[in-house]
Design a protein around this ligand. Structure first.
Ligand SMILES: [Cu+2]
Length: 276
């Protein structure tokens, strides 16, 4: 009986009985990467395009040689098969050239990686605490004091979603949000954590992909946006049954709009605090 249930469940799953995920709809550049909205993202695009073009050239070249050989050396009456013991000059070059290309790609991509992740974060960056969980994102901003109370992965509990120290004065006025609101052009420093399993903070338009690992606080993610937009954070690690729906809104807005939003949220947090 159990087997039958399982079989029915599997069939239903295959037939697609799950709810529609209503993910962010792509409108432009459907056959290529979505538009880039961050400073430095174009460097990743250049590297990616280079790899694509190179792969295309190698594909065409190797397939052409392959087709020429199967036609030219096909079995024909009166032609005897020729045994080749190899060619050292050819072997040399087809080892050296790919090695050089791979080294170039390794150095190139490492430089971009270092530039985007290891450069010092500007003083005026906005620090946002993002905690992932099955299945959603909790987002926390510094309150009126401008200081984000430190979050500790060891303090996570049902009542302490961000793992802040109860006595920490900096944490008292911090406020939470269901959406990531960002002023355009300002550097955002993300503190990334997970309360349960491995999730991934993935924003294609930011050219940004970072796993959130339980027990760790990832501190190096920072980015600066170049234009206003409405986007979505999508979890990019298959983290369980609700994975498909693990998303949060991102709003990149003009500075004035952000200031207004921030003032409102900070004031509400202050009010809640004084009501205690
Ligand atoms: Cu997830």
């Amino acid at each position: 009986m159990i087997m039958l249930h399982r079989l029915l469940f599997l069939l239903a799953a295959l037939a697609g009985f799950s709810l529609p995920a209503q993910a962010e709809e792509r409108t432009g550049n459907l056959y290529w990467a979505p538009p880039n909205y961050t400073v430095g993202g174009e460097k990743i695009d250049t590297l990616l395009n280079f790899i694509f073009v190179l792969t295309l050239i190698v594909f065409i070249a190797t397939q052409t040689v392959y087709i020429i050989y199967i036609i030219r050396y096909r079995r024909r009456p009166g032609h005897k098969a020729h045994y080749s013991h190899g060619n050292n000059t050819l072997e040399f070059w087809w080892t050296i050239i790919p090695t050089a290309i791979f080294l170039l790609l390794a150095v190139w991509s490492n430089r971009i990686w270092a530039e985007l992740t290891m450069t010092p974060i500007p003083e005026d960056a906005i620090t946002v605490d993002i905690v992932s969980y099955q299945f959603g994102w909790d987002i926390r901003y510094a309150g009126a004091d401008g200081k984000l109370g430190e979050g500790d992965v060891k303090l996570f509990s049902v009542n302490n979603k961000f793992g802040v120290k109860p006595e920490d004065p900096a944490a008292k006025d911090d406020f939470t949000s269901t959406e990531l609101v960002i002023p355009v052009g300002k550097t955002i420093h993300v503190l990334l954590r997970s309360r349960d399993v491995i999730h991934s903070f993935y924003v294609p338009s930011f050219r940004l992909y970072q796993d959130a690992v339980p027990g760790r606080t990832i501190k190096w993610v920072h980015f600066t946006t170049t234009q206003t937009a409405d986007l979505e954070i999508a979890c990019s690690q298959l983290c369980g049954t609700g994975h498909y729906n693990m998303k949060a809104k991102i709003r990149i807005v003009p500075q004035e709009e952000y200031d207004k939003w921030y003032a409102q949220k900070a004031a509400a947090a202050q009010q809640a605090l004084s009501a205690l």
